[in-house]
Design a protein around this ligand. Structure first.
Ligand code: SAM
Length: 424
């Protein structure tokens, strides 16, 4: 086995270790001194892809390994085995190279050299029996701490469908700067979705796609493109985009000709909004500040894309259920409630606000909006009316609930909740 094959696999195991041991998200481990730092760009991309795929299939890999392991080895060894199972059973890699590489990486782990015999013996069994057993093993499931509240919200069959969507991964969705979805789809060999986003199934490197440099489009999941469509900003209106970074929705608002103020707490993330606006040649007033104390306005329309658990994005970020344990979620729910209350005070009478989160939890969607309606008698909800949405995506209180298993045959969508709130 050449060192070339080992380096990305070693980095993939290091990435998984950082997620599971240190609670780091893969998105935080892409540059600087992380496991990818010493790899060339192609190797780094391979390491990240291997880590993502292994995390997607981890629950099923553990089922298979459970047949051969009498007790759980250290995390490093377990991650070496999981990666090898994924490569053999999902990607159909030749077992010989995978097993040699796994033994090699076991020797490089923290005090795990003595496990190299176990890894070798286990993976020989996986190579012999794994591919035949694999399809019959139980499907990957979310960890219990997240599965339980989701089952309470949606019921078990829906959660099983969501889990299947998580394993399938996600295609690439683009939002065109103008209204030219059809032309963009033709140019890039994509499909126009019913809600107007352009979907590419095998996109390759995003920055190499035609129109990236010239800012003709930006990457934005089909579900994430809907809150601004619901807000429907008009040319010249004063619009506040609270929690704006990295700016996908700011660009959508700016493209309508509205007078946008984009606010975010994070200076570093705001730099990305600035870059994005520059690339797409769009304008917005950028403010670094706290959505809880901002006192500008009043505004005709406000978008509140609140910080949330991001549990709607697990098909793109399968590390999330393993990096988190839900203990910090209640404080996010509280923050969202306070943000809604403050944002409403910045709205003109008759103005509208779209509240949205990329979360699957009712606590960050339906329940927040029901509570806001209770606490603010001068507020009412407007039922969403948008091209391409299905009637049963509309919830009883009048919001829009999107799930990763919707449009499954087209490649799904991120989980999202959004609602239009109008001040009387
Ligand atoms: C869901 S993301 C926003 C995504 C963005 N709207 C987009 O479409 O690209 C949430 C954002 O909230 C910001 N944030 C968190 N707490 C905040 C606060 N107290 N005030 C303003 N922004 C905050 C985070 O920095 C993060 O960029």
């Amino acid at each position: 086995m050449s060192q070339q094959g080992v380096a990305p696999r070693l980095a993939a195991v290091q990435l998984m270790d950082a997620v599971m041991k240190d609670g780091r998200l893969l998105s935080e481990l892409t540059g600087g001194k992380g496991p990818l730092a010493r790899l060339d760009p192609a190797e780094a991309a391979r390491a990240m892809r291997l880590a993502l795929q292994t995390l997607r299939w981890m629950a099923r890999a553990d089922r298979l390994l459970g047949r051969y392991l009498r007790k759980m080895p250290p995390l490093w060894v377990m991650n070496v085995l999981r990666l090898a199972v994924m490569e053999i059973c999902v990607e159909g890699e030749a077992a010989h190279g995978v097993v040699n590489s796994a033994v090699n990486i076991t020797r490089k782990g923290p005090k795990t050299e003595s496990f190299s015999g176990l890894v070798n013996a286990t993976l020989r069994k996986v190579a012999d029996q794994g591919p035949a057993l694999w399809p019959g093993l139980a499907a990957p499931q979310l960890p219990k701490w997240l599965r339980k509240p989701l089952i309470a919200d949606y019921g078990k069959p829906a959660v099983v469908a969501v889990e299947a969507a998580h394993t399938a991964g996600a295609p690439l969705d683009l939002t065109p700067k103008g209204a030219e979805s059809e032309a963009l789809a033709r140019k890039l060999g994509g499909e126009v979705l019913p809600t107007g986003s352009v979907r590419l199934q095998d996109a390759g490197q995003v920055t190499a796609l035609p129109g990236f440099e010239t800012g003709d489009w930006w990457v934005q999941d089909a579900a994430a493109a809907l809150p601004v469509k619901l807000l429907a900003p008009q040319k010249g209106e004063a619009v506040l985009d609270l929690c704006a970074a990295p700016g996908g929705k700011t660009m959508q608002i700016a493209a309508t000709g509205a007078d946008v103020t984009a606010l975010d707490l994070s200076k570093a993330r705001m730099a990305r909004v600035e870059e994005n606006l520059k690339r797409t040649q769009l304008d917005a007033r950028l403010e670094i500040g706290d959505a809880l104390t901002w006192d500008g306005g009043p505004y005709d329309a406000i978008l509140l894309d609140a910080p949330c658990t991001a549990t709607g994005t697990i098909r793109r970020h399968p590390d999330l259920p393993y990096a988190k344990d839900g203990s910090d979620f209640p404080q996010l729910f509280k923050l969202q409630e306070r943000m809604i209350d403050h944002a409403l005070s910045l709205l003109k009478p008759g103005g509208r606000m779209v509240f949205c989160t990329c979360s699957l939890l009712f606590d960050e969607g339906e329940i927040q909006v029901e509570d806001a309606l209770k606490h603010h008698p001068d507020l009412h909800i407007e039922r969403p009316a948008l091209d391409g949405i299905e009637p049963d995506w509309i919830t009883s209180e009048g919001g829009l609930r999107l799930r990763p298993d919707f449009w499954a045959e087209r490649g799904g969508m991120d989980g999202f909740y959004m609602a239009v709130l109008r001040k009387d």
